[in-house]
Write a protein that binds this ligand. Structure first.
Ligand code: ATP
Length: 329
């Protein structure tokens, strides 16, 4: 099962230059959260700080009653085993076969025999759909397969928190769709807590339970998917709607002249796009943290954008007629 990660007042700078300050959020146990933000706002730095590869200037990261930045190297080494990380390029060793890459953490961190290692490696390669590619070198397989291999390696120590740094970078839309489905299925199977950094708006709209947005050195917003997808807060709306109109400029923030010019020209953001249904596990079962579509909006008195929560065929979503225990069987 996954564990909750509670971040409080986290601040990080390099050489006196702040990357982000005072970031507070809670990744709920077992749920999928997505972190968005313009390039260079420090999303990768955030992931590296969470896993203890970088030390924050201030703030706390609570996992199971332990505050990571305060831990000794020895204690941190133990807590790190709770994490699996999928780095952007898969971070595979180029001279090792896929099998040896995936076996690497088991050989480094466990006392398993080679036959036990073989069983785990095969299980994880099967989970990511890569059985049969064991003897290949990373350079002999496609980018999508390398990501899957990196994912299998991130899974071998049965992590309770999995961090994904742009899993969809460099993938075509079809491979991204397959990878997103795999992420949902793995979350269902493992129950681990997932945090995904992505630039893909479609991924952000359909995959997570929660969304966060880093902008201009701060966490602009973090909360349930429906909260951000129905938000009219200009930065959130502009980013999730992939629009040019709004406070975010080419470099980062637009200056007041640009914003005044936009206002005077009467340019307005288009209406909020419809909120899509969340992607479901491929076995058709509800997600672990699934809420009925529209529930968050209803509970908060917010009318969702027109056309929200439609099935793929355009029909309105209907609650599942089966009882939850029947569905979970
Ligand atoms: N080890 C480091 N030392 C100094 N500066 C760093 C270090 N790592 C990252 N930075 C700086 O921190 C800032 C944030 O970088 P980061 O890679 O986290 O951004 P990002 O939001 O992940 O960007 P992108 O979306 O383009 O991947 C950048 O200005 C980067 O140069």
């Amino acid at each position: 099962m996954g564990v909750e990660v509670r971040v409080e007042g986290l601040t990080k700078s390099f050489g006196g230059q702040p990357v982000w300050s005072d970031v507070s959020l809670t990744l709920p146990a077992g749920e999928i959260s997505v972190l968005l933000g313009p390039s260079g706002t420090g999303k990768s730095v955030f992931l590296k700080t969470l896993v203890g590869l970088l030390k924050p200037d201030r703030g706390a990261i609570w996992i199971e009653e332990q505050n990571l930045p305060r831990l000794s190297e020895r204690a941190l080494y133990q807590v790190r085993k709770l994490f699996g990380v999928l780095f952007q390029d898969g971070a595979l060793f180029g001279s090792m076969t896929i099998y040896d890459n995936v076996a690497f953490p088991l050989r480094e961190h466990t006392r398993k025999s080679e036959s036990e290692i073989r069983a785990v490696v095969h299980e994880k390669l099967e989970m990511v759909g890569l059985l049969g590619a064991e003897r290949k070198l990373p350079g002999q397989i496609s980018g999508g397969m390398r990501k899957r291999a990196g994912l299998a390696r991130a899974l071998v120590l049965d992590p309770r928190i999995i961090l994904f740094d742009e899993p969809d970078s460099g993938l075509d839309p079809v491979r991204t769709a397959y990878l997103n489905q795999l992420i949902i299925d793995l979350n269902q199977q493992t129950g681990a807590t997932f945090l995904i950094v992505t630039h893909d708006i479609n991924t952000a709209r359909t995959v997570p339970d929660n969304i966060g947005l880093i902008y201009h050195g701060h966490l602009a917003m973090f909360g349930p998917r429906e909260m951000l997808l129905s938000s009219t807060e200009p930065v959130v709306r502009q980013f999730l709607g992939a629009q040019r109109i709004g406070p975010i400029g080419m470099a980062e923030e637009k200056d007041s002249d640009e914003l005044r010019a936009e206002a005077e020209a009467g340019v307005e953001l288009p209406p909020l796009p419809a909120i899509p249904l969340q992607l479901r596990p491929s076995d058709g079962r509800p997600r672990r943290a699934e809420q009925p579509p529209g529930q968050w909006c209803a509970e908060h008195g917010i009318v969702p954008p027109a056309g929200s929560f439609r099935n793929a065929d355009g029909s309105a979503w209907q609650p599942d007629a089966r009882q939850p225990d029947e569905v979970l069987r």
